[in-house]
Design a protein around this ligand. Sequence first.
Ligand code: NAI
Length: 278
Amino acid sequence: MRFEGKTVVITGGSSGIGRGTVDLFLREGAAVVMGDIDSAEGTSMMASLGDAFHFKQTDVTQENEITALMDFAAEQTGGIDIVFNNAGAGGPRDAIDEISGDDWDFAMALLLKSVAMGIRHAAPHMKKRGGGAIINTASVCAFQAGFGPVAYSTAKAGVLHLTKLAAAELAQYKIRVNAICPGFIQTNIFATTLGANDAEKNQINTALGQVAAGVQPVARPGVPNDIAETVAYFASEAAGFVTGTHLLVDGGLLVGSQASWDPEMPGMLDALLPESMK
Ligand code: NAI
């Protein structure tokens, strides 16, 4: 019960990583206030998760809805201690030489401005509490090409820098700000971004499990609880000296080329060896 007496606000908690994080914080004794655009799922979670769970339909692209979510959380539970700015989607998939300005703006509103406004409107509540912890969802896409669309990846890189700057500005109020960079986590985000129907969704999720198991040293896809545990660490007193940084939670996806960790792959030096030296 690491979070008894604490209030945590989680965005994008109707599905995937956010849902796993809702479950963890409820198990650990927190009051959880969840904001998501998906009101059907949020309402059904209200019916099943008990009195410590609160839901407010929230579109994180709308600043006034983020303000309302934070105010609602404080009204319902007395204040805010922890915020997980997590809602997101793959967004527009167009290449940089094809994307429209409107699509670019949408991706930034969904993935970057939402995090900035989440921090902006949580901070006054946390100041009243005498401190707090904010955790933002970035991605491995912040570091390398090839994992996500250009607008998505650019926004996620922005989330990392925003995390540092906010940590610097809010330290005086005892508010810590950190980010998590998930790798391949088995959720619906890939199917949703590709516009898949239910049957295609299942096929995509099966394929994701197989692909993820082969592209990184830890031979399995991530699950939402892998990220939830990292959120809990950043939110806890154990991380009291940790702010303005990020943690890759990616099964080693970014550790190096496949030859560096896969014993079946010839290494670069092996490729240089003449036959007589092999
Ligand atoms: P998901 O699709 O399972 O969940 C995303 C949630 O965000 C859904 O509940 C959805 O309704 C909500 N959402 C979408 N647009 C919203 C809006 N405008 N306002 C409020 N809520 C909205 O996806 P997943 O994987 O759990 O994604 C969570 C976060 O993790 C996202 O920020 C995503 O970019 C990030 N991420 C996911 C990775 C993965 O492999 N699954 C890898 C790296 C980052």
